[in-house]
Design a binder for this molecule. Sequence first.
Ligand SMILES: CCCCCCCCCCCCCCCCCC(=O)SCCNC(=O)CCNC(=O)[C@H](O)C(C)(C)COP(=O)(O)OP(=O)(O)OC[C@H]1O[C@@H](n2cnc3c(N)ncnc32)[C@H](O)[C@@H]1OP(=O)(O)O
Ligand SMILES: Cc1cc2nc3c(=O)[nH]c(=O)nc-3n(C[C@H](O)[C@H](O)[C@H](O)COP(=O)(O)OP(=O)(O)OC[C@H]3O[C@@H](n4cnc5c(N)ncnc54)[C@H](O)[C@@H]3O)c2cc1C
Length: 667
Amino acid sequence: MSKVDLINQDLVRERGTCEFDIEELTYYLDGDAAATANRRKLEDKVLSTEGLFDKVPEDFLSHKEKYENAVRKAVLFYRALQNALDPNMSDQEKASTTYRSLLPSAVFKEQSPFTLHVAMFIPAILGQANEEQKKYWLPRASKMEIIGTYAQTELGHGTFIRGLETTATYDPKTEEFVLHSPTLSSYKWWPGSLAHTANYCIVMAHLYSQGKSCGIQPFIVQLRDEETHMPLPGIKLGEIGAKLGFNTVNNGFLGFENHRIARDRMLMKNAQIAKDGTFTKSANNKLTYGTMVYVRVVIVNGMANQLARAATIAVRYSAVRRQSELKPGAGEPQIMDYVTQQHKLYIAIASSHAFSLIAKWLSGKYYKVTGDLEKGNTDELPELHATACCLKAVTTLDTTALIERCRLSCGGHGYMLSSNLPQIYGLATAAFTYEGEFTVLMLQTARSLVKAWEQALAGKPLRPTMSYLTEKKQTAKWSNSIDGIIDSFQRVAVGKLESAVASIKKYSKQGMAPEDAWNMSSVRLVAASEAHGRAVMLSTYKSELERTTTSLSEPLRRVLGYLLHLYAVYWTLEKVGDLLLYTSISESDIQQLQDVYEDLLGKVRPNAVGLVDAFDFRDQILNSALGAYDGRVYERLMEEALKSPLNAEPVNQSFHKYLKPFMQGKL
Ligand SMILES: CCCCCCCCCCCCCCCCCC(=O)SCCNC(=O)CCNC(=O)[C@H](O)C(C)(C)COP(=O)(O)OP(=O)(O)OC[C@H]1O[C@@H](n2cnc3c(N)ncnc32)[C@H](O)[C@@H]1OP(=O)(O)O
Ligand SMILES: Cc1cc2nc3c(=O)[nH]c(=O)nc-3n(C[C@H](O)[C@H](O)[C@H](O)COP(=O)(O)OP(=O)(O)OC[C@H]3O[C@@H](n4cnc5c(N)ncnc54)[C@H](O)[C@@H]3O)c2cc1C
C-alpha cells in the first residue's frame, strides 16, 4: 500500500477541496519559506533524538514516575535542542526558528520541568541584573550549568505583590542580606521547577535596609548544593502536589530560616544597595515588574499556538468522524457538515490567526518600549502595561473557552487523555491565572482607561491604543462592514467606560471613599476593559493582516479574509446585547449578519482541513489519537487503549482479592 492509501479518504477529499496553497500559508505563518525550512530542520533533528518519546504514555505513570521521566526527557531534549540550533544564528534567528515551533509539546504533554528556567529565570536576569551580574550569571544559565526558577508568589499572596512577606534584611556588618520567611503564608508557593529541579532561583522579597522598607526587590539565590543537590542550610523546599495540569513542571514551595546571601545577589539593574546599606531607588518602581510584562507578551503567542493545536485535532477529527443522518437514506455525514460543528470550530482557527498577529504586534511594542527604557525613557511603559494586561487576559479567556469547545466538539473521544485535548486545556487554563489573574489584569487596564477618560475630558491627547476614546461618543449609523464593526466595538468600549466612570462618580457622591466607589463599580470596569481589549484586538487583527499579506497569492488572501470577516461577525453576534445598547444596530442588521455568518462558515468549510494542515504541526507535536495527519482515528484510539497497563493481563488481581469474595458474600 502507498502512503496515500493509508490516509483516511475523507481527509484526502478535504485536502482536495482546499482553495489555496497550504504551503504558502505555512510560510506566511512562520515568516517566510526560509523560516519554515529552518523550523522543520530543527524539528527533524531534535525529534530524531533517541529515547525522547515514551514507551508507556505518561498518563499511565504515577506522579513520581511522571516527574522522573520528565527530567530524563528534559535533559535529552535540551541537549538535542542546543546541538540542533546553529551556533552562528543570531538570537533573533533562533527566536524566529523556535517562535512557532511547539517542540516541547512533542515531548511533554504537561510541559517540561525546565520551562521556568527558559521562560522566567533567564528573562529575569536579562531584565533585572546589572551588566556585571549579567556577565557572571547569563553564561552559566544559558549553558544550564545552573537551573533556575522565579519565586514570587507566596502561600498567602500572589496578586498583591506589595503584600509579599518574605524579607531580605541588609546587614552592613557582613555585607549580606538575611532572607527570612516569618509566617507560613510567607512561604513561596507555585514556582515551576522549584521543588526538586532548580538549584538557583530569583526570589522576590521585601527589602529592609537601615531600618527602612525599600520595597519588593529581586535576589538571585542558590537553593541547593551544586554537587549533592541537597537544600542549603536555612532553606526548606518541597513540592506542592498534584494539579489539574502542569504535573511535570515540578511546582514547589520554599521557606527561608535566616538564610544569608552576599550583597551582590540582589539584582541591581534598577535599584541598588551600597555596602553601607544606602538604598538607591529605581527610576520607576514598576521596572521591578518588568519580567511579568515580558511573559504576558509571550503568553499571547503561546495561546495562538495552543489554540491552533486544539483546532487541528478537532477539525481533522470532525472530517473523519461520521454520525447520524442529515437526509434520510443518504448515509452518515462527516460531523463537520453540521453547521453547528462549523460554528464551534472555525472561530478557533480564526482566533488563532488573530492572536498570532496580535502577539507579533504586541511583541514589537514591547521591544520598542524596552529600548526606550534602556535610554531612561519610561513614557510608553504605562500604555504597554495596560495593553499587555488586557490582551493577555482576553486571549487566555478565549483560548481556554475555545479549547474546551474543541474538546467538547469531539464528543466522548475528546474526553480521552489520548486525544490530548484535556491536557491542552490544562495548559491554557493555567495561563488564565498565572502571570496575573484575569480580573486583576482587567482592573489594571481599567485604571489606565479611567485615567485616559479624564485626560480626554480635559482635552489632553491620548496614547494611540486609547485615542479612539475621544472620537467615538456619538451613535453613528450602523454599518455591517468590518470597519463598521470595529468602529462599533470602540463605541461599546466608550459606552461601557462612560458607565463605569459615572458609577464611580455616583458612589463617590453618595459619600463613599474612592476605593469603595471603585470596588462597587468594578464589574462595569472589567466589562469596559474587556470591550477595550476586543476593540484593540479587532482593529489590530485587521490592520496587521492587511499590512502583512500584500505579497500573498489572491486565493490565500481571500481565505484569510474570510477568517477575519468570520472573527468580526462572530463577535458581533456574541456581543449583540452590548451593540444594541451602545450603537444603532437594528434587528434587521442582526438578521443580515446572521446570514453573512452562515455564508462565511460555508466559505471556510472546503478550506478547513487545509487551514489546520497549514499550521504544520507534525503528529508528534499534536500527540493526539484524534488529530494525526492520516486520520486513522479508531486505529490510534485502540492502539493507545492497548497501552493501558490494565490490559497487560486478562484478569486483574483485584478480582481474587475483592470482587470474587464480595460476589460470593464473603466480604
Ligand atoms: C508552559 C505553558 C505552555 C502554554 C503556552 C503559554 C506560553 C507562555 C510561555 C510562558 C510559560 C510560563 C510558565 C508559567 C509561568 C508563571 C509564572 C508566574 O505566574 S510568576 C508570578 C506572576 N504574578 C503576577 O503576575 C502577579 C500579578 N500582580 C501584579 O502584577 C501587581 O501586583 C498588580 C499590577 C496587580 C498590582 O500592583 P500594585 O503594586 O499594587 O500596583 P497598583 O495597582 O497600586 O498600581 C500602581 C501603578 O503601577 C502600574 N503598574 C502595575 N504593574 C505594572 C507593570 N508591570 N508595569 C508598569 N506599570 C505597572 C499601574 O498601572 C499603576 O499605575 P498608576 O495608575 O498608579 O499610574
Ligand atoms: C500553573 C501555575 C503556575 C504558576 N507558576 C508560578 C511561578 O513559576 N512563579 C510564581 O511566582 N508564581 C507562579 N504561579 C502563581 C500565579 O502567578 C498566581 O496564582 C496568580 O498571580 C494569581 O494569584 P493568586 O493565586 O494569589 O490568586 P488570588 O489573587 O488570591 O485570586 C483569587 C480570586 O481573588 C480575586 N482577586 C484578587 N485580588 C483582587 C483585586 N484586587 N480585585 C478584584 N479581585 C481580586 C481574583 O480575581 C480571583 O478571582 C503559578 C500559578 C499557576 C496556576
